[in-house]
Design a protein around this ligand. Structure first.
Ligand SMILES: Cc1cc2nc3c(=O)[nH]c(=O)nc-3n(C[C@H](O)[C@H](O)[C@H](O)COP(=O)(O)O)c2cc1C
Length: 343
């Protein structure tokens, strides 16, 4: 039997295996293989799941929270919403209708979402058509080409954004530079904080690590031999100046910048995470790359400044740059389903 490789095995799913399964519980367990491929802040994968007679309960794993980078659990909740989106897309592909009930997490042990699943002959095709993108979606932090987004591809993105005007907003080109300034200013503040660097370093992994979570150093372009030193370097050195100049350039040269906006309550954030992941899957289907530049959201005044620039009804939660870059060759690790399933 092949050894489990956390950067490979979870991403290689043979969908034909689903049709060999006769038992409903095992089928739902198969769907979870797609849910765990969702993006999450620092790749902390702050989720667990329980299969029930009605569907799947989704729980927040608060032991995986990021108290410094995400003190209000905003990104944790959006990450959970993203996992729900993958679950629904996979469910639609395999002929299930899904309905989701989100709950405010009052007690940490209670589910934050109940995804009811019912077999149907008319699954949601808007969801099902995104299925193949689940295993192809990767956050791409490399510099992008200075090239405009293909018009047809952009039209699909705009169509989706127009269906979600309260959650998705384009930064107008005129504001691109000012937004890049905000990203760089936030970087300087955050990266000069030792506590921020320490928490980030705790989630950075050497490229050949067998860890099931966290971000491999190659995602930041750090090659093999240096990657083992990456956590130490981040912890030890104040890299604020170089990091902020780098991110300024990424924001400035992006073919487009998209802000995800939502109210700050838990249910709005869970829903925003679900919409975020659908957008990321659409981008993937359209062969558009993306990465996050959320830093201004961590600093109150900078977030406020971004909000007034966006003129959106709701506050910004995330900022994405889109464009065309070299493909990500090695996906980030994932925990297997048995590690995230509650009995
Ligand atoms: C809510 C949320 C916030 C994120 N914030 C950042 C971020 O600020 N910077 C960044 O480089 N990546 C960010 N990411 C991307 C994650 O680091 C990435 O999803 C994770 O490492 C797994 O990699 P993958 O997306 O390639 O599967 C974020 C992802 C989510 C869902």
């Amino acid at each position: 039997m092949n050894e489990f490789n956390p950067r490979k095995t979870p991403w290689q799913i043979d969908e034909a295996d689903f049709y060999e399964i006769e038992n409903r519980e095992e089928q739902l367990r198969f769907l979870l293989r797609y849910a765990v491929l969702a993006p999450s802040s620092h790749n902390a994968q702050p989720w667990s799941f329980r299969i029930t007679a009605d569907g799947i309960e989704v729980f927040a794993d608060f032991e995986r929270r990021l108290p410094i980078a995400d003190p209000g659990d905003r990104e944790l909740l959006m990450s959970l919403g993203a996992a729900v989106a993958n679950l629904r897309v996979a469910a639609a592909h395999f002929g299930y209708e899904s309905t989701v009930l989100y709950r405010t997490p009052r007690e940490e042990s209670a589910p934050i979402a109940l995804v009811a699943l019912r077999e149907t002959c008319a699954p949601d095709m808007n969801l099902a058509r995104l299925f193949t993108a689940i295993t192809q979606r990767h956050t791409n932090r490399q510099p992008f080409e200075e090239k405009a987004i293909d018009e047809t591809a952009l039209a699909s993105v705009i169509d989706f954004m127009e269906e979600h005007p309260s959650t998705m907003v384009f930064v107008v080109p005129h504001d691109r530079n000012r937004v890049a300034d905000l990203v760089a200013a936030a970087d300087r503040i955050l990266m000069s904080r030792e506590s921020f660097r320490k928490e980030l370093a705790d989630w950075i992994r050497p490229n050949e690590s067998s860890a099931l979570d966290g971000i491999s150093a190659d995602a930041f372009g750090i090659p093999g031999p240096l990657s083992a030193l990456a956590p130490w370097m981040i912890r030890r050195f104040d890299v604020a100046a170089s990091h902020s100049a780098h991110d300024h350039q990424l924001a400035e040269n992006a073919a487009g910048l998209i802000a995800v906006t939502a109210d700050d309550d838990a249910i709005s954030l869970l829903r925003a995470g679900e919409t975020l992941e659908i957008l990321l899957l659409i981008l993937t289907t359209q062969k558009i790359n993306y990465s996050f530049l959320n830093q201004p959201m961590a600093i109150g005044e900078l977030r406020q400044e971004l909000w007034s620039m966006l003129r959106s009804a709701r506050p910004p939660q995330l900022l994405l740059r889109i464009g065309y870059g070299r493909p990500v060759l090695k996906p980030m690790p994932r925990r297997p389903v048995h590690a995230v399933e509650k009995s």
